[in-house]
Design a protein around this ligand. Structure first.
Ligand code: NDP
Length: 433
């Protein structure tokens, strides 16, 4: 805490991982000898830069850009860019730290990094977003590359932003380096299923949790927070597997629709019109909009937090438990506070942390890099099948590791220990660097 003052989210993420890797440290004294913990908590490189841009009225704005290159023991730094006014170094470091173990869990050759800016894309025109992205990339380009650091999207950075960022990278470097960014459009090197991958992957993971208990999504009531990229495709896959999503949200409140969320309407409102969630209830007379509250008060059997960090505290966890929830799988990064995780565990709710449950996004990004490197493009069906296998494999490893360490069913311990061990082994092999 003294070394990284004021970075509350980073402290929370580090504490959560360190708490659960203690048994691995006891079993592997060589990790302590090589000061793996101290080294793993210190990013390899942190870049902070000025991003000047001009709005449509000619007014000049200055934002701050970040890229934290956390750890490259397993491969090039890999992780998304977030554009949101709440972004500061503590958020980027928490996300980069989580990313490192998540990427390790996928079993693919990718290291951990994260970046972004305190720029708020909300209410900005396409041209303003384009000018911002161009200015952001004018600095970022010198730090990234197919073999060094490969950014992707996150909150506020979707297909439109990745397109502008890629265009500027190509222009500055005069290189068509497809593998420098992932989440690209299908017309210029993007991969099938990348857009759907985080949401679908979270649902595949939850499906494995259900299967392990002899159950399935069929007939389940599900609530999903958020209505962005992760949430929309989580809702889509739940519906395809026979569940009913009865509520979703944005930062203004939530909509409840007991007949099941109308996905076409939600996509039209969120992906095309960029509307607020109350517009959904205005178009579906039997649905209701509840302003300023969270979805967790709606009774459900499965909860998929897919919006943002720290959205489930003790009160929300208690409401979920009261409402009959038995499975929570995190689509977002660290949406559940530590006290809420404890409450779930004590109540016997099976809980999957984001670094395992939402790893489908980065896994699909690694598949996109694989296709770019071989100048190939796979079908939707093949890509989805690969994603499904990867999620089943992550689930199996978390499950087995938790068992190996005498904590059966504890996905938090399983994910943290397995991810940590993979990174630690590679760091040991590379020597003191
Ligand atoms: P988007 O920007 O597409 O969507 C975020 C959604 O969450 C929006 O609907 C937003 O509403 C909503 N939201 C934000 N804050 C709150 C809040 N306090 N209460 C309720 N809703 C809120 O982002 P993504 O879907 O890409 O990312 C969501 C989460 O998933 C993040 O934690 C991200 O780090 C994580 N993630 C994303 C991956 C990806 O591939 N995209 C990969 C792995 C993790 P509003 O529009 O009102 O702000």
């Amino acid at each position: 805490v003294r070394r990284n003052p004021g970075e509350a989210e980073f402290h929370q993420a580090v504490r959560e991982v360190l708490d659960s890797v203690v048994p691995a440290l006891t079993r592997h004294p060589e990790y302590a000898d090589a000061k793996i913990i101290e080294r793993i908590c210190e990013p390899e490189r942190q870049i902070i830069f000025r991003v000047p841009w001009e709005d449509d009225r000619g007014e000049v704005h200055i934002n701050r850009g970040f890229r934290v290159e956390f750890n490259s023991a397993l491969g090039p730094y890999k992780g998304g860019l977030r554009f949101h006014p709440s972004v500061y170094l503590g958020i980027v470091k928490f996300l980069g730290f989580e990313q490192l173990f998540k990427n390790a869990l996928t079993g693919m050759p990718i290291g951990g990094g994260k970046g972004g800016s305190d720029f708020d894309p909300k209410g900005r025109s396409d041209r303003e977003v384009m000018r911002f992205c161009q200015s952001f990339m004018t600095e970022l380009y010198r730090h990234i590359g197919e073999y060094t650091d490969v950014p992707a999207g996150d909150i506020g950075v979707g297909g439109r932003e990745i397109g502008y960022l890629f265009g500027q990278y190509k222009r500055i470097t005069n290189r068509y380096e497809s593998g420098v960014l992932t989440g690209k459009g299908l017309s210029y090197g993007g991969a099938q299923v990348r857009r759907e991958a985080t949401g679908y992957g979270t649902v595949f993971f939850a499906e494995e949790m259900l299967r392990a208990a002899g159950d399935s999504f069929d007939g389940k009531r599900v609530v999903v927070s958020g209505s962005g990229n992760v949430a929309i495709y989580a809702i889509e896959k739940v519906q395809l597997l026979g569940g009913t999503v009865v509520a979703c949200s944005d930062s203004s409140g939530y909509v409840r629709d007991d007949k099941g969320i109308d996905l076409d309407l939600l996509k039209e409102l969120k992906e095309i019109r960029r509307a607020r969630i109350d517009a959904y209830a205005a178009r579906r007379p039997h649905a209701s909009f509840v302003a300023g509250r969270t979805v967790w008060e709606v009774p459900c059997q499965v909860a998929l937090p897919c919006a943002t960090q720290n959205e489930i505290g003790a009160a929300e966890a208690a409401a979920l438990i009261r409402g009959g929830c038995t499975i929570v799988a995190e689509g977002a990064n660290m949406p559940t506070r530590p006290d809420a995780v404890r409450a779930f565990v004590e109540a016997g709710v099976r809980f999957a942390p984001g670094k395992a449950a939402n790893a489908g996004g980065v896994a699909a990004s690694a598949l996109e890099m694989q296709q770019n490197a071989s100048r190939d493009s796979w079908t939707f069906a093949h890509s989805e099948q690969r994603l499904r296998e990867i999620m089943a494999d992550i689930h199996a490893r978390c499950h087995a590791t938790a068992q190996e360490y005498g904590m059966p069913g504890n996905y938090v311990a399983g994910a943290n220990i397995d991810g940590f061990r993979r990174v630690a082994e590679a760091m040991l092999a590379h020597g003191l660097i």
